[in-house]
Design a protein around this ligand. Structure first.
Ligand SMILES: Nc1nc2c(c(=O)[nH]1)N[C@H]1C(S)=C(S)[C@@H](COP(=O)(O)OP(=O)(O)OC[C@H]3O[C@@H](n4cnc5c(N)ncnc54)[C@H](O)[C@@H]3O)O[C@H]1N2
Ligand code: MOO
Length: 426
């Protein structure tokens, strides 16, 4: 990880509207982290069916990897003690040691044995010479010494020793993890049941079917397929609550259904404080709302609440803000609920391919991608209704809360979508 050198900070006064308490991003994340605990039960699954699941208990190696000392190459094995400097000539023993076909017996000192990659080192063999470095007439081998003791061999358990913890609880199993556990003789794992997360879009203007005709005042519900897809990609079970008009009774009914069917709920729209912003009002009246005006761009209205004991993330309606808040706030919180533990997305410093004068007060996430030189270019517009910018980008440039001036070539922090577990695209 490179340490980020912040862009040139300026000493501006706070540029946010006054009369409102703006919660800094890091503070909001800390509050979430402190408030949420894992909520899912556990089950036992065969390792081959556990991709993407979260370990509920550490996975302990039943067997060492490698289980026995073996050869790393195709060549000839011998006892190092019988060799020295200069040309070495050793008589070849009868037989060989191959993977799955071990040599039966001990090799006498001063002799060599044909040995293949992955084969167990028989008693009397501690060193292997690569076949390309040998000459042989079929009865002897010769090679240039000296050879390092233990050359081209692997020790038993040099990767993982039997009885040791291979993977910690909270690990979200990857394809590589399935290989590791299988190699270690672990056939079953105790995993958390996947978190169920419901998604509700709100807004009287919304219609669901993009193939249906839309009146001028109507908007296709873009947030719902986006959020459902993000959740599926994060290994959660998405629960579709459809879309509701700006009608508090209807929104309440859908939230009730969400609380019955899911462990957490994401809503979009109505998070702000306008006449039709019912989600935040409803959560304030009937739930326990911690409504936050977060010092973030895009996405400052984010309503966080409990509805019948179930956490609700009231995301802003603008699709870019909903996407950004889902990645920055909802994902780590949902991972915490799922037993995977809190995650901070790892970014790295790259040169900026843009110039920007940023005001103080809000952390900014600019839609960005790396150009051919590895520098971050940003989308032409910062408008949070500009969904095409989300598709154009492959990540974000994160600018600090403070005012700063970014000039081309300055280091900026790039967070690829992959750092938020978002795959596909490109
Ligand atoms: N006086 C203020 N007005 C606004 C503020 C503010 O702080 N003070 N914040 C602005 C910001 S920032 C955002 S973001 C929006 C978010 O407001 P809401 O969460 O209440 O969202 P809506 O008003 O319902 O919708 C905003 C916008 O997004 C469109 N939308 C909503 N849902 C969807 C969907 N599922 N698919 C596609 N598009 C959707 C909606 O039609 C609106 O155009 O508030 C600002 N106002
Ligand atoms: O969250 Mo709003 O979309 O920042 O502009």
């Amino acid at each position: 990880m490179s340490t980020l050198v912040p862009p040139r900070l300026r000493n501006d006064t706070f540029a946010m509207p006054q009369g409102v308490e703006w919660v800094p991003v890091d503070e909001a994340l800390e509050l979430l982290r402190a408030a949420l605990r894992p909520v899912t039960g556990t089950e036992t699954l065969p390792v081959a069916q556990a991709l993407g699941r979260v370990l509920a208990a550490p996975a302990v190696a039943r067997r060492s990897n490698p289980p026995q000392p073996n050869s790393a190459v195709d060549g000839y094995g011998f006892a190092h003690a019988a060799t020295g400097a200069g040309v070495q000539r050793l008589p070849l023993a009868e037989g060989r040691s191959a993977a799955g076909q071990p040599f039966d017996g001990a090799l006498p000192e001063g002799m060599a044995l044909r040995i293949l990659t992955g084969a167990i080192l028989p008693e009397g063999v501690d060193t292997v010479v690569l076949e390309e470095d040998c000459a042989t007439d079929g009865r002897t081998i010769s090679f240039d010494g000296p050879i390092k003791r233990g050359a081209n061999t692997r020790k038993a358990g040099e990767d993982v020793a039997a009885g040791s913890e291979a993977l910690a609880a909270g690990r979200m199993l990857s394809a590589a993890d399935l290989a590791l556990l299988t190699a270690l003789g672990v056939g079953e794992v105790s995993v958390h049941r996947p978190l169920r997360v419901a998604v509700l879009s709100t807004g009287t203007e919304l219609i669901a079917d993009p193939a249906a005709p839309a009146a001028p005042h109507q908007i296709y519900d873009a947030n719902r397929p986006m959020l459902l897809a993000l959740l599926a990609g994060w290994g959660f079970v998405p629960v579709d609550l459809g879309h509701a008009p700006d009608d508090p009774a209807e929104i309440a009914r859908r939230l009730d259904a969400g609380a019955r069917e899911a462990d957490a709920i994401l809503t979009s729209g109505g998070a702000s404080a306008g006449d039709e912003d019912h989600v935040s009002r409803l959560l304030g009246e009937s739930g326990t709302l911690t409504s936050w005006r977060i010092a973030i761009k895009p996405g400052r209205p984010l309503a966080l609440a409990m509805w019948q004991g179930v956490p609700v993330f009231g995301l802003p309606g603008n699709p870019v803000a909903a996407f950004t808040c889902a990645l920055i706030f909802a994902r780590p919180a949902l991972l915490q609920l799922s037993g995977a533990g809190w995650r901070r997305s790892q970014g790295f410093a790259v040169p900026a391919a843009f110039a920007k004068r940023k005001k103080a007060g809000r952390r900014e996430f600019l839609r960005a991608r790396l150009n051919a030189n590895g520098a971050a270019e940003v989308f032409a517009s910062e408008g949070s209704g500009r969904i095409s910018g989300l598709s154009w980008a492959t990540g974000f440039v994160e600018l600090p809360d403070e005012a700063c001036d970014v000039a081309p070539g300055d280091p900026v922090r790039f967070l690829p979508y992959g750092a938020f577990g978002v795959s596909f695209g490109g």
